[in-house]
Write a protein that binds this ligand. Structure first.
Ligand SMILES: [Zn+2]
Length: 181
């Protein structure tokens, strides 16, 4: 048996691993640090938040938000971005996601403007979201299939918008306030 499920009951992603994700060996009690070592392969396993990046593209004092074309949270607003690949630098991952979602070349402006932890959906895995201000450096916006459309929004209206995730609203606020500072 591999993975975390036993008798069809999923183990919450916050609980220590019970089986080695690499070879399926049953694991013992975790150390006080939360890590648990596999007696077979010797690797130690920890539960962590999954890193993701989000972009606020700012032009003329307005921020670009995207309309989700797919579940979860179809029809609500979010931001360009997504989960990082293994070993990928956050800025590189963000440029890649923007290219995939909007068809434009972009570059990160300055340091991260917001970090937030949240769960991805009800009872979902924990995510560490890292937000950046971004500018488009080439191309015309052509949304991909998972983006229903884009809107340019001002600081004054963001409290009334239907964001899928609260941290995206705060990321837009941080980026636009930084722009006005
Ligand atoms: Zn192992």
């Amino acid at each position: 048996m591999t993975g975390g499920a036993r008798q069809g009951v999923p183990i919450p992603a916050t609980e220590p691993f019970r089986f080695c994700p690499a070879d399926g060996t049953k694991l013992g009690e975790p150390r006080p640090s939360g890590g648990v070592a596999c007696p077979r392969c010797g690797r130690s396993w920890y539960r962590s938040s999954v890193p993701a990046v989000g972009a606020v593209i700012v032009e003329n004092g307005k921020a670009l938000v995207t309309v989700r074309a797919r579940e979860p949270e179809k029809g609500r607003l979010d931001l360009p971005g997504g989960f990082l690949k293994v070993g990928e630098h956050p800025a590189d991952g963000l440029v890649r996601e923007i290219r995939e979602e909007l068809g434009v070349e972009a570059e990160v402006v300055g340091d991260s403007v917001l970090q937030a932890t949240h769960t991805y959906g009800e009872g979902g895995d924990w995510v560490l979201a890292i937000g950046f201000r971004v500018r488009i450096v080439g191309g015309e916006i052509r949304p991909a299939d998972d983006v229903a459309g884009v809107r340019w929004v001002s600081l004054e209206e963001i409290d009334d918008l239907d964001f899928a995730w609260a941290h995206d609203r705060e990321l837009v606020r941080a980026a636009l306030e930084g722009e006005h500072a």
